[in-house]
Structures are given as structure tokens and as C-alpha cells.
Design a protein around this ligand. Structure first.
Ligand SMILES: Cc1cc2nc3c(=O)[nH]c(=O)nc-3n(C[C@H](O)[C@H](O)[C@H](O)COP(=O)(O)OP(=O)(O)OC[C@H]3O[C@@H](n4cnc5c(N)ncnc54)[C@H](O)[C@@H]3O)c2cc1C
Length: 537
């Protein structure tokens, strides 16, 4: 078989210089940057389909996304520290990946996040000073909404939310990505002209005529083929086609299948912890113990309050109002359809003496936005809170050698009791904000957790029943020094011990940044392009 592959590589018209295994947030960025040189042939493989459906472009389409459109339909394994609950775990399966289905919130985190990658994880070259140019390069590529409002147009309850924060001593912050992160304010959004600006829209669409870039949708990479210690190509399966096909990579295979998909693909290829691979019947090609470990995520808790009147987008749940909302959007590009529904939020402290805020808030302008959250009789408002720097570490493992099988996703939330205590402190803060005088005009009463729940034990019970992922998994192919058993890629993003193979997506982050993870993933991909093209020493 290897001989056949070598002949195929030499002769085949379908040989590419670079093969990118996943057209998500990172994959689209890399497809653009690597194909900028017309003499280089690039293949972008995406298991999901196109983003033609309007839901992918209307900012409010996000509300449909957590319920499964354009996603793999995965769940976690039973969470030991959440009374064995199984949580829905939405991960994108569509061109643009997470950036095509996310809430469009653009946050970068704080300098200390990236400086810790270098200091505590050995990710040399990834300090804030060194990654800032890539955040800036991406901002030049995407055009973000004005920082003071999303295109939906501000609702009065948002202003009252900021005032409520100030009553508690939390200042207004006009720019979470500027000098200071703390405070409440409007999020910057990855939108352009009242449409979602995914990496598919911002990086792929403008270059769709490049002849040296091939994008194959509905094509799953089954495994990376390694011969004599070098990745020579990939084996792929097209939707509806019976037999897998080998495609040759003359220079490199770049794995961008996401924090779940990338370790899954490596392990399917025999690259991972030998013991685990053996246990599911995968032949070991390269024993790399760190693959699939170090999983980190933000776990989200929330308060739902009932409003005194029609103060949030819940009022558009009636058919005639929904029709009016559609018309508003078509005529003026305004109203609820133009809103990501999470336009405001902020950052504050559960622990006073910590280096930067450790709690993030998202104000949801309705009560049924998240999957599994019951709708209320009257309009409602949701305030989500998440602890930002968890110490718990989980894993992604194979359930079987079959690439079609869902992975075993185990974030092991709250394995560290400290994560639980600080998350519950964040939930208490969210409740306090909604109880401030400035919001009295808008908020009738808290409905969840509800006034009867007050002790730590009661709030723990509530969390076990309702906690959900913030959809920020990272860390499962982490950057680190080659001598460290938990490292998967070098600071140049090369898979340790193999040639011609890199990983370049959210999975390489050694620690989860204190923010949403789309902008940091774009930054990783922008920097990866420079590393691959030899523009960095
Ligand atoms: C519902 C949701 C809401 C979110 N909200 C926000 C937000 O508002 N702001 C924010 O900053 N972040 C948000 N995030 C997180 C952010 O979108 C992700 O961190 C980011 O998209 C990760 O990018 P990635 O390239 O690592 O992976 P992804 O974007 O997930 O891309 C991986 C791609 O690879 C494809 N793939 C996987 N396996 C294979 C294979 N074997 N062969 C071929 N293709 C494969 C997948 O189909 C997918 O398209 C959200 C995420 C979700 C899911």
C-alpha cells in the first residue's frame, strides 16, 4: 500500500501542496493565507455542507444553531461532578465551522492569558506581544460592528443592565478588547452589514475564484496517512461515496478539525496514547500520550427573570410580530433578526485578588435562546455567567475505530471543587445584578433558579440540572515543549515526532483564554500561516 501511495503522489493530478482537514474557523483562514501564492495548490476538506441557508447569515440565526443545525449532534459522557448529567455538546459541521453558528461575540482575552502560555506551558513565541499582530491582522480582514451597539439596535433593558452593574460597583466598559477587560458593556460582534461575518464569509468568499484552491464540502478526512515518520496525505470519504480516496500532500497536512475533531482524527490515524488506541483496535502509528487530553471549557450557569412588559426579543415569538421582525430586517437591516441576541455582557471578579476578571456575563435578550431552557409565559431575560479559568481537565477519546462514531467527550467539569465554588459565586453575582434598582422597571421576578434557592447546596443542585457548555473547548492538542508528556505540538505547531504534519486550531491552546474562543482561534490560524510559510524564524 505505501508504494501505491508514493506512485499516486508522483502521478496524480489531485496532489496538493497543503491539505487542510476542516473548513472551520481556523481552516478557512488558512485556506486563504496559504493559497495567496498562486503557485501553491491547496485543498480544504470540510465534512459539513455549505452555509447557504439564511440561518447561517442572519445574526439571530444563532438561536437555531445550538439546537443542531450545522452541527455534529454530539453529547458529553455522564459528568461525574454534575450528578452524572449528560450535556448536549454542539460543535459545528458546516463550512466556517464555529464562526458560522456562534453568537458572533468577538473577545480577545487579556495579555496575561497569552503570557501564561509561554511562562507556564512553554509555548514560546505565543506571548501577548507576539500574538497581538495576528489579532490585528484578522481585524483588518473582518469588519466588526461599531463597539457601542450591534445592528439590532439597543433595547432600553441593556442600558438598565449597565446601570445595575454600576450600582454594584461594576463600571461601564466601552471596549473589552482595549486597555481593561472589567466592566459591563456592548460586545464587538463579527458582523458586517447586519450579516454574520464568519471566516467562510470573510476569508473564503472573497477568494472563491482562486484556481489553486479546491474546497471539498461533505468530505470527511478519515485518517492522516503517515509513511516513514512523515505525513504524506489523507484518506477521505465523500458523502454518498462508498470507497475512501487517498489524496497526497506534497508539503504538509494541516489538521484543523476543531478541539474535538482534531484529536479524534489524529487518534483515528494511530497518533495518540498507545494504550487507548490499542483498546479500541486502532493500530498505533505514533505513540503520543498528550493527544485528546488537557480538555478545557467554560461551563455556563444562568439566571432567568420574567420581565414587567415587552422588554426583550421574546415579544417576537408571536407570528404577526415575527413577520414584522422579518420585514424590519429586509427594509432597514434592523430589529431582532439583526441581533445576535447576546449583544451585551461583561467581565468581573469572583475572587478579588486575581490578575484579571474571572467571571464573564452574557445578557440574553430573551428567555428561550439556549437549547433546553424553557420558554416563559411573559417576556424574559437571561443573564449567563461563566467562570473563566477552570483548573479541571478533561479528555476526548475514541468510542471505536470507526471514524463515523461520535467521540467520547468528557470535559470533567468541576473535577476541581474550586471551579464549582467560583462558578456558583458568579451565579450569585448574576442574580445580584438583576436585583438592582436600575432594573426594577424591567424585571418582575427571578424565575430560575428562583427565590427559594439560596444555599450553596441548592445552587449546586440547580447547576447540576441546568449548567451547559459555553462551546469553548480548547487544549486537546496542546502546544508545549517536546520533552513534556502532555505536549502534542511544538510552538511551531508541528506534531511532535512526525514530519509534514501540524495542528492549527483551538485544540493547540495550552490554557483556555479568559474570553470567548473564536477570535483567539483566528489568531492561532493567522500565526500558523506565517509559521507554515516560513515567515517566522
Ligand atoms: C454554538 C456555539 C456558539 C459559540 N459562540 C461563540 C461566540 O459568540 N464567540 C466566540 O468567540 N466563540 C464562540 N464559540 C466558539 C468558537 O466558535 C470556536 O472556538 C471556534 O469556532 C473554534 O474554531 P476551530 O477552527 O478550532 O473549530 P471549528 O470551527 O469547530 O472547525 C472545525 C471544522 O472541522 C470540520 N471537521 C471536523 N472533523 C473533520 C474531519 N474528520 N474531516 C473534515 N472536516 C472535519 C468540522 O465540521 C468543522 O467545520 C461558539 C461555538 C459554538 C459551537
Amino acid at each position: 500500500m505505501p508504494v501505491f501511495f508514493l506512485i499516486y503522489c508522483d502521478m496524480a493530478e489531485s496532489a496538493y501542496d497543503y491539505i487542510i482537514t476542516g473548513g472551520g474557523t481556523a481552516g478557512c483562514v488558512l485556506a486563504n493565507r496559504l493559497s495567496a501564492d498562486p503557485s501553491v495548490k491547496v485543498l480544504l476538506l470540510e465534512a459539513g455542507g455549505s452555509d447557504r441557508h439564511p440561518y447561517f447569515h442572519l445574526p439571530a440565526g444563532f438561536a437555531k444553531m445550538t439546537k443542531g443545525i450545522g452541527s455534529w449532534g454530539w453529547s458529553t459522557v455522564a459528568q461525574r461532578h454534575l450528578k452524572n448529567r449528560v450535556l448536549r455538546y454542539t460543535q459545528a459541521k458546516v463550512i466556517g465551522g464555529g464562526s458560522s453558528i456562534n453568537a458572533q461575540i468577538y473577545t480577545r482575552g487579556v495579555p496575561a492569558d497569552y503570557d501564561a502560555w509561554v511562562r507556564d506551558a512553554g509555548a514560546h513565541g505565543w506571548s501577548y506581544r507576539e500574538v497581538l499582530p495576528y489579532f490585528k491582522r484578522a481585524e483588518n480582514n473582518e469588519r466588526y460592528a461599531n463597539e457601542y451597539h450591534g445592528y439590532g439596535g439597543p433595547l432600553p433593558i441593556c442600558e438598565a443592565f449597565f446601570q445595575a452593574g454600576q450600582e454594584l460597583g461594576i463600571p461601564f466598559n466601552p471596549d473589552f478588547n482595549g486597555a481593561h477587560q472589567e466592566g459591563l458593556g456592548y460586545y464587538q460582534l463579527t458582523q458586517s452589514n447586519a450579516r454574520r461575518s464568519s471566516t467562510s464569509a470573510a476569508y473564503l468568499h472573497p477568494i472563491r475564484d482562486r484556481r489553486n484552491l479546491t474546497v471539498r464540502l461533505g468530505t470527511q478526512t478519515l485518517r492522516v496517512v503517515v509513511e516513514n515518520g512523515r505525513a504524506t496525505g489523507v484518506e477521505v470519504a465523500r458523502a454518498g461515496s462508498a470507497s475512501p480516496q487517498f489524496v497526497c500532500a506534497g508539503r504538509e497536512v494541516i489538521v484543523t478539525s476543531g478541539a474535538m475533531g482534531s484529536p479524534k482524527l489524529l487518534m483515528q490515524s494511530g497518533i495518540g496514547p498507545a494504550g487507548h488506541l490499542g483498546s479500541v483496535g486502532v493500530k498505533v502509528v505514533h505513540d503520543l500520550p498528550g493527544v485528546g487530553g488537557n480538555l478545557q471549557d467554560h461551563l455556563d450557569l444562568f439566571v432567568i427573570a420574567e420581565c414587567t412588559g415587552d422588554h426583550t426579543y421574546d415579544r417576537y415569538n408571536h407570528v404577526h410580530r415575527a413577520a414584522w421582525a422579518g420585514l424590519q430586517y429586509l427594509l432597514w437591516k434592523k430589529g431582532p433578526v439583526a441581533s445576535s441576541l447576546f449583544e451585551t455582557g461583561g467581565f468581573w471578579y469572583a475572587q478579588k485578588d486575581t490578575r484579571s476578571p474571572d467571571i464573564q456575563f452574557h445578557l440574553g435578550l430573551g428567555s428561550g435562546i439556549e437549547a433546553g431552557v424553557a420558554k416563559m409565559k411573559h417576556t424574559g431575560v437571561t443573564l449567563n455567567s461563566a467562570y473563566l479559568r477552570p483548573r479541571s481537565r478533561g479528555s476526548v477519546r475514541l468510542a471505536s475505530a470507526d471514524p463515523a462514531a461520535a467521540p467520547l467527550i468528557d470535559p470533567d467539569y468541576w473535577a476541581e471543587p474550586r471551579d464549582r465554588d467560583l462558578a456558583i459565586e458568579g451565579l450569585r453575582m448574576a442574580r445580584e445584578i438583576l436585583r438592582q434598582p436600575a432594573l426594577k422597571r424591567f424585571v418582575l421576578a427571578e424565575r430560575l433558579p428562583g427565590d427559594a434557592m439560596n444555599t450553596d447546596a441548592e445552587l449546586f443542585d440547580f447547576a447540576c440540572a441546568h449548567a451547559k457548555t459555553d462551546h469553548h473547548p480548547v487544549g486537546t492538542c496542546r502546544i508545549g515543549p517536546p520533552g513534556d508528556m502532555t505536549s502534542v505540538v511544538t510552538p511551531e505547531l508541528r506534531v511532535i515526532g512526525l514530519e509534514g504534519l501540524r495542528v492549527a486550531d483551538a485544540s493547540v491552546m495550552p490554557f483556555i483564554p479568559s474570553c470567548n474562543t473564536n477570535a483567539p482561534t483566528i489568531m492561532v490560524a493567522e500565526k500558523a500561516a506565517d509559521l507554515i510559510l516560513g515567515r517566522l524564524a
